[in-house]
Each structure stands twice: as structure tokens, then as C-alpha cells.
Design a protein around this ligand. Structure first.
Ligand code: DAK
Length: 259
């Protein structure tokens, strides 16, 4: 693949959007290769956590590819938007957690990509924004939906209507990112978090992700019903018996089998 790098370290897969000359902008090729990479990772049951980052020191993803988008017809724009949204939903509903390590510009589709991940960690030089209305379009990869859900409608509208970018400290203050690190510490922090997640029972983590995501789209009673189902489902697994036995036997180390 030309535009995506994939490295797997222990149980963590690191996806790097690798189009540094265009600040890792999302061309159709990038989206297609990202989609293929996600399918490849999904087939590898030893991957328990994913990190997505951008190549270089300047940009995570500077948005959809404006040069490629400029002359699209209404139908082509709809097809492009549909495909991008499918890829981002694949990330959002992926069986294991996905961490965005935002190492610079996360604008437009870049901010939307980060928001489709479960957790966002940012470098101090990260910049977030949905500048689309300044280009004559609306956000098209879920930005109007996910930003409002993450930071509330008022702040989302301020950012989207004003096409106003924000820096990492403001992104942290509004809850758009979980933590901010000096740039050189970002990947270390993301790996530490990913390894911490990967130590836990993968099926339980997957069930918890589904319970949170599905529950957020429901009223509280339906959400609790979803949680009960996901909780009970864990009792089918070897890892539930093993994890509880380890506790009762005061085991110092444990290694879950993902079964
Ligand atoms: N697309 C294409 N190329 C880009 C790009 C982008 N989004 N961002 C940067 N580049 C390219 C630049 O054109 C430049 O290329 P060369 O001139 O060297 O060939 C190179 O990357 C370096 O960029 P700059 O020279 O501009 O670098 P600076 O440091 O001066 O500025 C910047 C960095 C990030 C502030 C600036 O590049 C910038 O403002 N970039 C555009 C950011 C932006 O507006 N992003 C949002 C794009 S719109 C939809 C689905 C999705 C979407 C919409 C609809 N449908 C439903 C169909 C999503 C839309 C977007 O994401």
C-alpha cells in the first residue's frame, strides 16, 4: 500500500496515514487503503487495540482531499461521502478500541476521523477544526453529528458555523481530546494506553465498547438492557472464568486467551 503503513507490536496495530506531502489529506486512495487495512486487522484476532496517527510531525490529517473533491458532481460527492462514512463507521464499531494519536492538523475529515475513534490523544501542536463552510460545503464525514455529541451542540455550532480552528489546550478543555502531550511523548503515551487496554480480556473490552456506543444512542432503560446483555455474554467466555479465578487465587500475572 502506498498511503497507509501498518505495524503490529504485540497486540497493538499502528496505522499511519502516509501522505505527508499533502499533510495526509484523505484522497479516495487513502480511504480505500484505510478500509482494506481495517479489514486486514479485523482478520487478525491477535490485535486487541489500534492506534491511528499521521506521518510526519505536522499533520494528523488535514481533511478530505480538496483538489480531488473540487470538481465532483452531486452524485460523485454523495458516493465519496457514503464511502468515507462507511470507513469511519467501521472504525467506530470496530471490535476493539481505536485510539487517535493526533500529531498536528486534524481539520475537516481529519477531525472527523479522530472523532470516529474511541479515544483521542493530542500533541501540543495539534489543531482541530471543521473548516468546511469556508469552502462552501458542510462537514461530510459525520462531523455535524459526532462533534455535537462529543462537545455539545453550542460549542459544535460555534466551531462549525465559524469555521474556527482550535488548539490542543482548548480541545482538551471542551472534552474533544482525552489528554495532551509534548509532541515527542505522544506515541509513547498512545502505546502505553493501548498496551494497558490490550492486557485486559479482549471480549469484555469489545462488549464494553458496544455497550457504551449502543447505549449512547438509546434511552437509559434500553441502555441498561444493552449493558445486561453484554455483561451476561461475558459468562460464555473462558476469560471470565480465568479472570475471576486469577483474582481468587491471588495470581500475580494473568494472560487472557481471547476465548
Ligand atoms: N486537501 C488537499 N491538499 C491539501 C490539503 C487538503 N485538505 N491540506 C493541505 N494540502 C496540501 C497543500 O495543498 C500543499 O500542497 P502543495 O501546494 O505543496 O502541493 C501541502 O498540502 C502543504 O500544505 P500548505 O502549504 O497549505 O501548508 P501550511 O502549513 O501553509 O498550511 C494548513 C497548513 C493545514 C493550515 C493548510 O494546508 C490548510 O488549510 N489545509 C486545508 C485544511 C482544510 O480546509 N481541511 C478541510 C478540508 S474539507 C463530504 C465528505 C467529506 C467532506 C466533505 C464532504 N461529502 C459528503 C461528499 C470533508 C471535507 C473536508 O475535509
Amino acid at each position: 500500500m502506498e498511503t497507509i503503513l501498518l505495524n503490529t507490536e504485540n497486540h497493538v496495530a499502528i496505522i499511519t496515514i502516509n501522505r505527508e506531502k499533502a499533510l495526509n489529506a484523505l484522497s479516495t486512495q487513502v480511504l480505500t487503503e484505510l478500509n482494506q487495512t481495517l479489514d486486514e486487522i479485523n482478520a487478525n484476532k491477535d490485535v486487541y487495540c489500534i492506534i491511528i496517527t499521521g506521518a510526519g510531525a505536522k499533520s494528523f490529517v488535514a481533511g478530505a482531499d480538496i483538489a480531488e473533491m473540487k470538481d465532483k458532481s452531486v452524485e460523485e460527492a454523495a458516493t465519496y461521502g457514503q464511502f468515507g462514512n462507511e470507513v469511519f463507521r467501521k472504525i467506530e464499531t470496530f471490535r476493539c478500541p481505536v485510539i487517535a494519536a493526533v500529531n498536528g492538523f486534524a481539520l475537516g475529515g481529519g477531525c472527523e476521523l479522530a472523532m470516529s475513534c474511541d479515544i483521542r490523544l493530542a500533541a501540543e501542536n495539534a489543531v482541530f477544526g471543521q473548516p468546511e463552510v469556508g469552502l462552501g460545503i458542510t462537514p461530510g464525514f459525520g462531523g455535524t453529528q459526532r462533534l455535537a455529541r462529543l462537545v455539545g451542540a453550542g460549542v459544535a455550532k460555534e466551531m462549525i458555523f465559524g469555521a474556527r480552528n482550535i488548539k490542543a489546550d482548548r480541545a482538551y478543555a471542551i472534552g474533544l481530546v482525552n489528554a495532551v502531550y509534548p509532541a515527542e511523548e505522544l506515541m509513547g503515551a498512545a502505546m502505553k494506553m493501548a498496551n494497558g487496554i490490550a492486557k485486559n480480556a479482549p471480549i469484555a473490552v469489545a462488549n464494553a465498547k458496544r455497550a457504551i456506543n449502543d447505549g449512547l444512542q438509546s434511552d437509559i432503560d434500553s441502555g441498561i438492557a444493552i449493558e445486561v446483555k453484554e455483561f451476561a455474554d461475558c459468562f460464555r467466555t473462558e476469560d471470565q472464568t480465568y479472570g475471576m479465578t486469577c483474582f481468587l487465587e491471588k495470581a500475580k500475572e494473568k494472560t487472557f486467551s481471547n476465548k
